[in-house]
Design a protein. Structure first.
Length: 152
């Protein structure tokens, strides 16, 4: 199997995973509608060569206050380096203590210079982040990441 077929197979697999994940992110684990809780802004750098690593920081606006946090994570898939800036909405955050945690992210894309996209992440407490992002760099991004969010 040549490298083009491997990449195509990976992309198709991730598209299926992402579509499943996106549908699941539209409701809570119990099927209830999402409840808007606040906004978030994230700045990170991702480096990938088969595996990937990510680090960065962000700000959560929740109940009229800003809360700084850091992110770090590891993943599978991709090649290259990119800087990512994201903004979006946070749902189902009933208490600030439920924001930190392990978030799962399915990703797919190609960044050559500048790129844009959307992603949805959720953690073990049912908190959902729906983000719009812009990226700069040179990267083929396919795979699944785990991201740890820690309040500062």
């Amino acid at each position: 199997m040549n490298w083009k077929m491997r990449i195509l197979g990976s992309v198709i697999s991730v598209v299926g995973l992402f579509a499943t994940f996106t549908v699941a992110a539209q409701t809570t684990a119990t099927g209830e509608p999402k409840v808007f809780s606040g906004t978030v802004e994230i700045h990170s750098t991702q480096i990938a060569f088969i595996g990937s690593a990510k680090g960065g920081k962000g700000v959560l606006e929740y109940e009229g206050e800003e809360h700084s946090f850091s992110i770090g994570g590891l993943g599978i898939g991709g090649l290259g380096v990119q800087k990512i800036n994201a903004v979006g909405a946070v749902y189902n955050l009933s208490d600030l203590s439920k924001f930190p945690g392990k978030y799962i992210e399915a990703r797919m894309g190609l960044a050559v210079g500048k790129g844009k996209g959307k992603m949805a992440l959720s953690n073990e407490h049912g908190v959902i982040m729906e983000l719009k992002f812009s990226s700069t760099g040179l990267a083929l991004s396919t795979g699944v990441d785990g991201m740890i969010v820690s309040l500062k």
